[in-house]
Design a protein. Structure first.
Length: 90
């Protein structure tokens, strides 16, 4: 693992609505939602699937209530690359 990336564990982030160039892998149901970084994986080489390196990878926890509008207190964890994330307002 290289390059720790922009975000750190505990940072509040928002998932971008629009697809960054070349990275369509973020589910539509999570776009525009806010969550908290719970793991920072850094840059990971994926030679089978992609030439070069992807942007840093993070695991972000979302309230199920925020994502699906239910009364659930559960959390949903999604692995997202940095190019999909931006800092969220508190």
């Amino acid at each position: 693992m290289e390059n720790a990336g922009t975000f750190k564990v505990g940072d509040r982030v928002s998932v971008k609505q629009e697809n960054p160039d070349g990275n369509p892998r973020t589910p539509k149901y999570i776009r525009g939602k806010k969550g908290v970084v719970v793991e920072a994986h850094g840059v990971i080489s994926n030679l089978r699937d992609h030439r070069g390196l992807y942007p840093p990878l993070y695991t972000v926890a979302f309230d199920v209530k925020e994502v699906f509008g239910t009364a659930s207190a559960d959390k949903l964890r999604v692995d997202l690359h940095e190019d999909w994330l931006e800092r969220a307002e508190r």
